[in-house]
Design a protein around this ligand. Structure first.
Ligand code: PAF
Length: 286
């Protein structure tokens, strides 16, 4: 496995892989890797001849009041997991290597970025889209693997790649969960044992919302009310949103039309960390 601190070497090595006829898979990360990242790298390794991983905590996607300095890091264990899961190339750039001059060019994806996480963290998705656009330009033509856990991020990246005609196929991969249902996240490390129990409310709320849709709920507000009731049983979880949206466009919905693919998306603060989760369901025939 090649580990690159410099962008030029990383780019050149992946160009050489493509010249040899290999399809390049790419998994962008902010490090502190867990089995969720591991599953993305493993899938890329199963489907592609070369597998690039980036490990970069991107300052551009953190607002001034957020946890950039405290974001967990463990490069040694990250590199071990990359090697074990089948990565062939890893980029670990410094902030200066990624942003050698003040950033005057940013990427914003309208509409898809604006609600939910975008409303809570107004500068976040421009930071994500900008760094992912830079990483895609360094990696070149590839299949890029993103977890569905950050479902809105996946939609933003997909739309950006399509709008800007990037030579990248964006592949969404299912959320990896702990045995009790908690979605894996680098931020789970901040949860105390009690908060870890409280955090299960996100998964319970989604399960209740999906059950309501399958039982025939015909309006998005009704399903959102079911999720809110579940959150109300855990006063230590501060809900930011629990929304029902169209899975393809992330547009908010009113009446639920049979056959429509929905995403139920929730975010809540439990202790210090904000946790995100979501679930998909198709509105059944009536
Ligand atoms: O999901 C993440 O870890 C980050 O948002 C990403 C896509 C690596 C961009 O910094």
């Amino acid at each position: 496995m090649e580990v690159h601190e410099r962008i030029d070497g990383f780019r050149g090595s992946l160009d050489a892989c493509r010249a040899d006829g290999l399809v390049v898979g790419f998994v962008p990360t902010m490090g502190f890797l867990h089995d969720g990242h591991g599953s993305l790298i493993r899938r890329a390794a199963a489907e592609c001849g070369a597998v690039a991983v980036s490990i970069f905590v991107n300052p551009l996607q953190f607002a001034a009041n957020e946890d950039l300095a405290a974001y967990p890091r463990d490069l040694e264990s990250d590199l071990a997991l990359c090697a074990e899961m089948g990565a062939t190339h890893v980029l670990v750039p410094s902030v200066d290597e990624m942003y050698p001059q003040p950033v005057l060019t940013t990427v914003t994806v309208a509409e898809v970025s604006e609600r939910m996480e975008g409303a809570m963290r107004p500068t976040h998705f421009a930071g994500v889209a900008t760094v992912v656009a830079k990483l895609f330009s360094m990696v070149g033509a590839c299949r890029a693997y993103f977890g569905e856990k950050d479902f809105q991020q996946l939609a933003v990246v997909r739309r950006m790649a399509s709008d800007l005609s990037m030579p990248v196929e964006v592949v969404g991969c299912p959320t990896i969960r702990e045995p009790d249902g908690l979605a894996m996240s680098s931020r789970n490390v901040y949860l105390s044992p009690d908060e870890r129990q409280t955090a299960l409310v996100l998964h319970r709320a989604l399960d209740a919302g999906v059950a309501a849709v399958l039982a025939g709920a015909d309006h998005a507000r009704g399903v959102e009310a079911v999720m809110a009731e579940v959150f109300a049983t855990e006063p230590d979880a501060a809900v930011d949103y629990a929304d029902v949206v169209d899975a393809a466009t992330l547009a908010p919905l009113e009446g639920l039309v049979p056959g429509t693919e929905l995403r139920l998306i929730v975010a809540a603060r439990v202790g210090a960390p904000r946790l995100l989760d979501n679930a998909g369901v198709v509105v059944p025939p009536r």
